[in-house]
Write a protein that binds this ligand. Structure first.
Ligand code: HEC
Length: 488
């Protein structure tokens, strides 16, 4: 406090004019002063830049997120189209979406650096237990943001990765199935899943993050900067340097690096969007975002009864160990080379995570079937990106609507086609998908009788492709065939 007063005296000028008027009402001058003149034991360092880097990315995520939300519609019918619109039609929309999507990765990277720095410097020691716990909760919230945001574009990649993610939840003993249904809003994924993820991603988790960031910063200010590892965590003795100007400049240099790095990445390698989610596609091989790969690989090793150990016990011990760290690691020793157990544990966990992630990559690259399918999926994304934006009412839907107007029997056939989910594989209006060929123009290939024969005795390829046998009353069958034959 005395120190604060000294700073105040040194730096305070006469508070006059608008600023003085404002300050007398809000105390903003003192607030700004206390923010900028925070004393740092041992002086400014580049090691301390990650916290404000995170704050910067978070603000960027909020702003880009608000712009994305101006266009996005959270429903299974429209989510993908609206994201395609942002990506392909909105001015700088692809750049905006890329900033938000890569921003999530940048957040995880800087978060890991911030956590590592705090851990290696043992800056959780001293009166900083709650500060550390609030940081852990923030970490979990950021991973929650990444998980819920990933589904929202509703393309193949998003759909199948989230299907795996929510399925993993069902492995939790006792409450697994309930948990999975809670996340999905039902047994299958659809509009209710999107709205749940949307609410979590846009309202609930951000509100928690705002509250926790505020308390994290205020707890930090209360405990004071811990300083370098040879500093006493309770009563710092080193000469202090004020936060402003050198530490501010160092923090800003990370911000500048982030702006240039993220900006170039988004400009030169914009985020891809794949074709819309097709739940019936049985071939699709899901892969999570890179930071979830270690967990993804880890889950592969645990099945049946042992899975309680692998997916519940071990992670729980690890997480509890990390969260409770400042409560049981009570010594005031902070120098890394004097903390062999702490540093050993850090090295072991880091190497394990890295190893699991690399192993997952290695397995994908060395299984020809998987590598081929993954390459095909990537090619499909690239092809989809090259196509111009199409509204939902363009192509297929309009063609199908025209059929309905012109031909009542075809209209009935169309209803049957959709009620039997033929469109799940053959696409709306029979335009074809990755799972089944187009039926458009089939008239030139097969007469109505031949189609009827195909329905009765499906070819091996149809059976292999999962096409269900068709057993309908004669009238319905006739209408369905008329519709299929009418597809142009
Ligand atoms: C699970 C996916 C799936 C569903 C659902 C499905 N099909 Fe198919 N369908 C296929 C596959 C795979 C083929 C065979 C493709 C081939 O021969 O290469 C096929 C072939 C066909 C053919 C023959 C196409 C040709 O060019 O020879 C017709 C006609 C057809 N389906 C109609 C339907 C109708 C009508 C329905 C709804 C009752 C339906 N399909 C539902 C996957 C599906």
């Amino acid at each position: 406090m005395q120190e604060m007063q000294k700073i105040e005296d040194q730096t305070a000028g006469p508070k006059t004019g608008l600023w003085g008027w404002m300050d007398r009402r809000t105390g903003v001058d003192a607030l700004l002063r206390s923010a900028l003149y925070e004393p740092i034991p041992g002086g400014a360092r580049f090691a301390y830049v990650f916290g404000s880097g995170l704050l910067f990315i978070f603000i960027s995520q909020v702003i880009t997120g608000i712009f994305l939300a101006l266009y996005y519609v959270p429903s299974a019918d429209h989510a993908h189209t609206t994201v395609a619109y942002i990506t392909k039609a909105v001015t700088a929309g692809s750049f905006l979406r890329s900033l938000h999507a890569y921003g999530a990765s940048a957040m995880v990277i800087v978060l890991l650096l911030h956590l590592s720095q705090t851990y290696i410097y043992a800056a959780y020691k001293g009166p900083r237990e709650i500060l550390w716990v609030s940081g852990c909760v923030l970490f979990a919230l950021v991973l929650g943001m990444a998980f819920t945001g990933y589904l929202l574009p509703w393309d193949q990649r998003a759909y199948f990765a989230t299907a795996v993610g929510t399925n993993a939840a069902s492995e939790v003993p006792l409450i697994g199935e309930t948990l999975k249904r809670f996340m999905r809003g039902g047994t299958e994924m659809g509009t209710l899943t999107i709205s749940r993820f949307f609410v979590a991603h846009v309202f609930f988790i951000p509100a928690c993050i705002f509250a926790l960031v505020a308390s994290h910063i205020s707890l930090f200010r209360k405990a004071g900067a811990a300083g370098p590892p040879d500093e006493d965590p309770y009563e710092p003795k080193k000469k202090t340097e004020l936060f402003y100007p050198r530490q501010v400049l160092m923090d800003l240099s990370l911000t500048a690096l982030l702006i240039v790095g993220l900006g170039s990445l988004c400009f030169f390698a914009p985020m891809q969007l794949g074709p819309a989610a097709n739940p019936a596609d049985a071939q699709y091989i899901p892969r999570p975002e890179w930071y979830y790969l270690p967990i993804f690989q880890w889950l592969k090793y645990w099945h049946g009864a042992a899975s309680v150990v692998g997916i519940l016990l071990i992670p729980m011990v690890l997480v509890l160990g990390i969260v409770a760290l400042p409560f049981f690691d009570r010594s005031i020793e902070r120098r890394p080379w004097k903390r062999p157990i702490a540093m050993g544990a850090y090295g072991f966990v880091s190497l394990a995570l890295l190893g699991l992630g690399l192993r997952s990559q290695y397995l994908d690259n060395h299984d020809p079937g998987v590598a081929q399918q993954l390459a095909k999926q990537k090619a499909e994304e690239q092809e989809y990106m090259r196509k111009p934006f199409e509204t939902e009412l363009s192509s297929a839907t309009l063609a199908a609507a025209n059929v309905a107007l012109a031909d009542p029997e075809g209209a009935k056939g169309k209803e049957i086609f959709e009620s039997l989910s033929c469109n799940a594989c053959h696409g709306d209006g029979g335009v074809g998908t990755a799972a089944a060929p187009a039926l458009v123009g089939i008239k030139a290939k097969h007469s109505p009788d031949q189609v009827a024969a195909l329905f009765k005795h499906p070819t091996a390829k149809m059976t292999a492709g999962g096409m269900p046998p068709i057993d309908l009353p004669p009238d319905d069958l006739k209408a369905l065939i008329a519709y299929v034959e009418s597809l142009k």
